[in-house]
Design a protein around this ligand. Structure first.
Ligand code: C5P
Length: 231
């Protein structure tokens, strides 16, 4: 199992046993897990370490989206990676060049650092309201290019931004994409979804997939079916 695992299963829960159980279902597959703020704020880095210790072959994407001054973000990254070594960790590109550079320097070898460009939950009005002037696609490209220039390993982006970022940032750049739904599965609250195969064909390197696996009657089979659809 490697950092090239194509799928990270989003484990959005504050129930550690549930998270451990899910890891058990997918432990034998080439699938990682994404743990975010809900889990981290419930159990801290020690909770993440517990999962890593129990399932050392399952790569972890620690989705904490740090956004603060350079010194603070660098310190946070050193603190968390002293306890747990995720395969991927992320920050906000809006923190700017100094922050991203400091974050990358603080990140140990072996932990890949991604940046969030613009949260895809923001609609056009909200984007204008917070003061971004340019159109979203231009803004996302600018932030992705800056992310690459600062030496980070990639970005988290929506499936609809895959192609423009791939063109702007070239091949050697990870694109971690949520909002993915296997053909025929329930969209839940996701508005604009894409199938795993379409997203990978467009140039995604990794997919974040939660409920289609976690809510399935047989999560291991659901995960296997997704891997099969990609092969
Ligand atoms: O269950 P589902 O597949 O919709 O989960 C997607 C995961 O990706 C969730 O953890 C969600 O918070 C995260 N995410 C997202 N859209 C973004 C960024 C992150 O759905 N733009």
């Amino acid at each position: 199992m490697t950092n090239n695992t194509p799928i990270f299963c989003a484990v959005d829960t504050n129930d550690k046993n549930k998270a451990l159980k899910l890891c058990g279902h997918i432990a034998d597959l080439d699938i990682g897990i994404k743990l975010g703020l809900e889990f981290f704020n419930s159990f801290g880095p020690q909770g993440v370490k517990e999962i890593q210790d129990q399932y050392p072959n399952t790569p972890i994407f620690l989705d904490l989206k740090y956004h603060d001054i350079p010194n603070t973000v660098a310190g946070a990254i050193r603190a968390v990676t002293n306890i747990v070594q995720p395969a991927y960790l992320n920050i906000h590109a809006a923190g700017g060049r100094s922050m991203m550079t400091a974050a990358k320097e603080a990140c140990p070898d072996g932990v890949k650092l991604l940046a969030v460009t613009i949260l895809t939950s923001l609609n056009k009005e909200e984007i204008t309201e917070v003061g971004y002037q340019s159109d979203v696609s231009f803004q996302v490209q600018q932030m992705a290019k800056l992310t690459k220039d600062c030496g980070l390993d990639g970005v988290v982006c929506s499936s609809h931004e895959i192609e423009i970022i791939r063109i702007s940032c070239g091949e050697d750049f990870a694109l971690m994409v949520p909002g993915i739904r296997p053909a025929g599965s329930d969209k839940g609250d996701q508005q604009r979804t894409m199938t795993p195969k379409d997203a990978m064909d467009k140039g995604a390197t990794h997919l974040v997939i939660g409920r289609p696996i976690t809510k399935a009657n047989d999560p291991a089979q659901a995960a296997k079916d997704i891997l099969t659809a990609l092969s």
